[in-house]
Design a protein around this ligand. Structure first.
Ligand code: NAP
Ligand code: G4F
Length: 325
């Protein structure tokens, strides 16, 4: 039986990846950072909380990573742990660097120290393209990150490439464009919108305050994207891949899709609030997933309309379960 260690297993992608690997017959271990209250709700939502083995550890604490590798003896390591919210990276830039940049180095060094032969997946991001240098971004598009998060991820990306080139480690970077789901954190814009739509529809909220609704993103479904992570580690040679849908949509049009679905006009509810605008914005992202299609035989299956419908439905259920005022 193959064994996988996932850092960030309590996050959106970690939960979907854990379920995916369990379905493939893997023994799944998850590194969990100690928190004052339990945050296993995503694993619980997917019904896998009792099927994974959790090991306490933190990507900023290298001995804990060595311990996790020794306990799990993995064939594959998926490094999904990060301070992943772009807006917070301006408020906590040093923490973001320690977790999102140096955390990658800590884990790569732990792999070297333990002489683990595990294949390593690094969660790179389209945020690294930032101020885009090509209209459609692919594996060769130059990077220009626009946030402390994007800069930290760029370090993680290159140190992963460097350990491949320097030490022959099997490291693969997935340059994933935005991907969402009912398990998305509420602070990210799609989930903020689908939660807001559900609350407005059910009379629990009157308006939805947003920042830059002209920003455009290439949004896919997280459940589709975790398969691409796994496929990357099944190749004979390690490599880097863009994972995207190839379609870009503005925040404004995404709002329209969500409000239309419940029969409301988004223009009646959206309020622009400068508090949600960023010091430097990534105006538009659109990925070219051709290499993933050719080499991995991977393609996004879920349309934005299907994704938003799935998320609104989940939020309508959640709001209905909340006690009324
Ligand atoms: P997420 O929901 O924010 O999950 C992040 C995970 O990292 C959580 O499990 C979190 O634990 C954990 N974590 C944070 N700090 C840690 C630390 N110091 N030590 C150990 N674990 C720590 O993010 P996601 O959306 O699933 O994304 C997964 C990865 O892909 C991230 O690296 C993200 O930057 C990257 N990525 C995401 C997207 C996207 O659109 N979702 C696109 C490209 C790349 P707690 O639950 O305890 O906080
Ligand atoms: O949903 P977002 O916060 O995601 P963002 O910044 O694109 O980052 C996500 O995707 C990256 C991949 O490209 C990941 F690496 C990263 O970890 C994360 O998962 O914001 C999307 C867009 C931005 O342009 C933002 O300015 O929506 C705009 N926006 C407008 N109003 C808002 C809001 N974003 C948030 N979070 N909240 C708003 O009220």
């Amino acid at each position: 039986m193959k064994k996988a260690l996932i850092t960030g297993i309590t996050g959106q992608d970690g939960a979907y990846l854990a379920r995916f690997l369990l379905e493939k017959g893997y023994a799944v271990y998850g590194l969990v950072a100690r928190r004052s209250s339990c945050n296993y709700w995503r694993l619980d939502y997917l019904g896998v909380e009792n099927d994974v083995e959790l090991i306490y550890g933190d990507v900023t604490d290298q001995p804990s990573l060595i311990n996790a590798l020794e306990k799990s003896e993995p064939d594959e390591v998926y490094n999904l742990a990060a301070q992943s919210f772009v807006a917070t990276s301006w408020e906590q830039p040093v923490l973001t660097a320690k977790v999102t940049a140096l955390g990658v180095l800590n884990l790569l060094e732990a792999l070297r120290i333990t002489k683990s032969g595990a294949r390593f997946y690094q969660a790179s991001t389209s945020e690294m393209f930032g101020l885009i240098k090509e209209e459609v971004q692919c594996e060769h598009t130059p990077f220009h990150p626009r946030s402390p998060y994007g800069v930290a991820k760029l370090y993680g990306h290159w140190i992963s490439v460097n350990y491949r080139e320097s030490f022959g480690l099997y490291t693969a970077n997935g340059i994933l464009f935005n991907h969402e789901s009912p398990l998305r954190g509420i602070e990210f814009v799609t989930r903020k919108v689908t939660d807001g739509v559900a609350r407005i529809k059910m009379g629990r909220q009157k308006e939805l305050r947003l920042g830059n609704v002209d920003a455009k993103r290439d949004w896919g479904f997280a459940g589709d994207y975790v398969e691409a992570m796994w496929l990357m580690l099944q190749q004979d040679e390690p490599d880097d891949f863009v994972i995207a849908t190839g379609r870009t949509t503005s925040v404004r049009d995404m709002c329209k899709i969500a409000f239309d679905y419940v029969g409301l006009n988004y223009e009646d509810y959206i309020v622009i609030d400068p508090r949600f605008c960023r010091p430097a914005e990534v105006d538009i992202l659109i990925g070219n997933p051709e290499k993933a299609k050719e080499v991995l035989a991977w393609e996004a299956k879920t349309t934005l309309e299907e994704l938003i419908k799935m998320m609104v439905d989940a939020d309508l259920d959640r709001v209905a379960d909340e006690p009324g005022r």
